[in-house]
Design a binder for this molecule. Structure first.
Ligand SMILES: O=C(O)CCC(=O)C(=O)O
Ligand SMILES: [Fe+2]
Length: 381
């Protein structure tokens, strides 16, 4: 075929690319828009590479070639940045952003890199993690690259345990890699020395984003701890909470707790709804207040959300850990039948590493349980 005629056919084909059928529909889905832009860029670059030599023989098509607006790398970064902004404001996981259209491992890796470049390490982490999950033999991104970025992102957002976890995975890939082993040892040394306060990073996240999510429920306020006769704000308890009084749903929940435990709710406290952000936690404590009369005989703790990572409730003295699972609950007696504090009930809410934790506590008191959980005179029970 005449090279000039051939060029003209290619050119028509190329120009038809820049004219999507229904741009509005595509643009309304940010993931689809990102994907389209990326595919368009890759394909156009490929085609132009193949046909450029024949274009050079026909000068008259040079100008048209200029017309062809191949998306630039900065356009692609911009689209990724838009996804990250959505994720940030609405606290979404990558999988929540992608309803129908899934990003490939390579695409998610690129979004992660953009987030990382913007110092948004928690978001970068989530994209790298998603990418790792979707890695296939056709991906150009490698497991090693992803693990390196997962370690570095976790380190930057202040989560040494997570950085160490992925560093161990990286060492598993190649146990002879001395550099990776040295890095792991550095992280472990650093962990031994570090101040646990690092976990408070980001707990007071910006009101702006919270308001956009409709999350700044004015009823929630910083939780306090009971110390020396006072309720005080403390770094030992980083969460927001509210007692739900006269709430019809809380009343139904209370009835179900009564049915499940066989205990009276007559003197129980109102349901306490509690929210922990990243780094939120409750250091080891007893729920019983040891005030002498009508103490908290039992605790019913309901998990209202799953948590991305961290946030378990742990009982260090008996070696028990329960992982939050939306819709499940833990129940325990804080007091022995003789009314003494059960020392085994010391427990903690571990720091939330990824995500958001919602729980509801029902503290049940002694009065009203006389026939439901009879007292014992034994000093052992
Ligand atoms: O959030 C948790 O897992 C524990 C909460 C707790 O211990 C409490 O609120 O007293
Ligand atoms: Fe507690």
């Amino acid at each position: 075929m005449n090279p000039c005629l051939q060029s003209s056919v290619y050119l028509d084909l190329l120009l038809s690319y820049s004219d999507p059928v229904d741009p509005e529909e595509i643009i309304s889905d940010p993931v689809a828009a990102y994907k389209l832009l990326r595919q368009l860029r890759n394909e156009l670059i490929n085609i132009v590479k193949h046909i450029q030599p024949s274009f050079y023989q026909c000068n008259k098509y040079q100008d048209e070639l200029e017309l062809l607006e191949i998306p630039q790398l900065k356009d692609l970064d911009g689209a990724a940045s838009g996804l990250i902004r959505l994720q940030e404001i609405y606290k979404l996981y990558p999988k929540d952003i992608m309803k129908e259209m899934l990003l490939s491992a390579d695409e998610a890796y690129h979004v992660g890199l953009v987030a990382y470049d913007e110092d948004k390490f928690q978001h970068a982490f989530l994209w790298f993690w998603y990418s790792l999950d979707r890695l296939t033999e056709y991906s150009t991104t490698t497991e090693k690259e992803l693990l390196l970025y997962l370690i570095s992102s976790a380190y930057h957002f202040g989560s040494l345990p997570v950085a160490i976890y992925f560093n161990k995975q990286l060492l598993n890939l190649d146990p002879t890699d001395e550099e990776v082993r040295d890095q792991l040892n550095r992280l472990l040394r650093f962990q031994r020395k570090s101040n646990p306060d690092i976990f408070t990073l980001n707990t007071e996240s910006r009101n702006y984003a919270k308001l956009c999510r409709g999350e700044l429920d004015k009823r929630l306020s910083r939780s306090k701890v009971y110390q020396d006769g006072w309720d005080t704000v403390s770094q030992d308890r980083v969460s927001q909470s509210v007692f739900l009084q006269d709430d019809p749903v809380a009343t139904r929940v209370s009835q179900r707790i009564a049915d499940a435990t066989g205990l009276s709710m007559e003197t129980a406290e109102s349901l306490l709804v509690q929210n922990y952000g990243i780094g939120g936690r409750f250091e080891p404590h007893y729920d019983a207040l040891e005030t002498g009369v009508n103490d908290r005989i039992a605790t019913f703790l309901i998990y209202m959300s799953d948590v991305g990572m961290g946030g378990a409730t742990v009982f260090p003295d008996i070696g028990v850990a329960t992982k939050p699972k939306k819709g499940s609950a833990v129940f325990w007696y804080n007091l022995h039948k003789n009314g003494e504090l059960d020392l085994n009930t010391r427990h903690a809410g571990c720091p939330v590493l990824v995500g958001n934790k919602w729980v509801a506590n029902k503290w049940i008191h002694e009065f009203g349980q006389e026939f439901k959980r009879p007292c014992s005179l034994s000093e052992w029970e």
